[in-house]
Design a protein around this ligand. Structure first.
Ligand SMILES: [Zn+2]
Ligand SMILES: [Zn+2]
Length: 317
């Protein structure tokens, strides 16, 4: 399995010089075999625009799974040439809710007068499917779908496996809705633990700092610290802090990461902060070079080096 991060930001894109190292595109992850093009995409935030470059001019043929329907997970759909062309073949899975067909759910936000076309106006062969909880086989991967607490509509977390590697993806997660949990950031509840159990990579909501969380708990997210706690409890090998707050600058993310790496403790998971173009592969199970899809020595990327540094500064927020 090869996992490439195309968008790692939460809520809304974050362009500008303060955000260039981690990137400003909203949530999107491309998954494929080690030796082939991506055929499974998680979420369709603005990061999905990068899929076109990954495919080198070829159309996308595969499946897109939406964790939920918030703008930061869907607004890239009409702006990705690789999926909007006559020879594209796309199966789009939408969390089933309200007894409403998938394309109709999407069209509530994507149709005139909000947008020039509705989902059926995208070019190529599109199939819109209702996604439910349970076990699925999608794009030749084993996919487990579970409902997780968030805010405003049904939200899913995913566990995705092939023979070599397993990842969990919970980009938007507000476990405080189920109770305070051991540290006051939310319950380490069964659905989250089951998705994350023993995974190689846990890509998890890291929207807030603990300091911010007190005033923002009702937003439906969690502190980055919760991601590390869940990873430790579920014996995840690596926790990837994901869905960064759009106001979190590169320098602030460096500091937050250093703090959490220190808190992970001996025997805890490795902790990294998601950045656009990061690659994780079953070939070495480590972070690849940024911008290099086939770096010969995975783990020598620029932020990969930084991730091994000692904590340098306290977080600024
Ligand atoms: Zn989101
Ligand atoms: Zn959301």
């Amino acid at each position: 399995m090869r996992v490439e991060l195309l968008g790692v930001r939460g809520s809304t894109p974050a362009p500008g010089s303060d955000f260039v190292r981690y990137g400003g595109h909203t949530s999107c992850v491309a998954i494929g075999p080690d030796d082939g093009p991506p055929r499974l995409v998680l979420d369709a935030g603005t990061g999905i625009r990068r899929l076109t470059g990954l495919l080198g001019g070829a159309p996308f043929a595969g499946s897109i799974l939406l964790s939920h329907l918030h703008w930061d997970h869907t607004q890239g759909l009409p702006f990705c040439p690789a999926i909007d062309r006559d020879d594209a073949q796309v199966e789009l899975w939408v969390p089933a809710q309200d007894a409403t067909p998938a394309a109709e759910l999407l069209s509530r936000a994507m149709s005139p007068p909000h947008f020039p076309i509705d989902p059926t106006g995208l070019r190529g062969s599109w199939t819109f499917r209702d996604l439910g909880i349970g076990e699925h086989r999608i794009a030749d991967f084993d996919v487990t779908v579970a409902e997780v607490p968030h805010k405003g509509g049904r939200t899913f977390g995913f566990r995705i496996s092939d023979a070599d590697m397993t990842i969990a993806y919970l980009p938007d997660h507000g476990p405080i809705a189920l109770g305070p949990g051991p540290e006051g950031w939310g319950e380490l509840h069964p659905a989250a633990l089951n998705l994350a159990q023993g995974v190689d990579l846990l890509l998890h909501d890291a929207q807030h700092t603990v300091e911010e969380f007190a005033a923002r708990a009702h937003f439906g997210h969690c502190p980055a610290d919760y991601a590390v706690s869940l990873g430790r409890a579920a014996h995840a090998r690596t926790v990837v802090l994901f869905h960064h707050d759009p106001a979190r600058t590169d320098d602030q993310l460096d500091a937050l990461l250093a703090q959490l790496q220190a808190s992970a403790g001996p025997g805890g998971p490795r902790v990294v902060a998601a950045a656009e173009e990061d690659v994780f592969s079953s070939r070495g199970l480590d972070r690849g070079q940024r911008g290099s899809r086939d770096g010969p020595d995975p783990g020598r990327g620029d932020r990969g080096d930084r991730s091994r540094c000692e904590p340098a500064a306290p977080p600024r927020s």
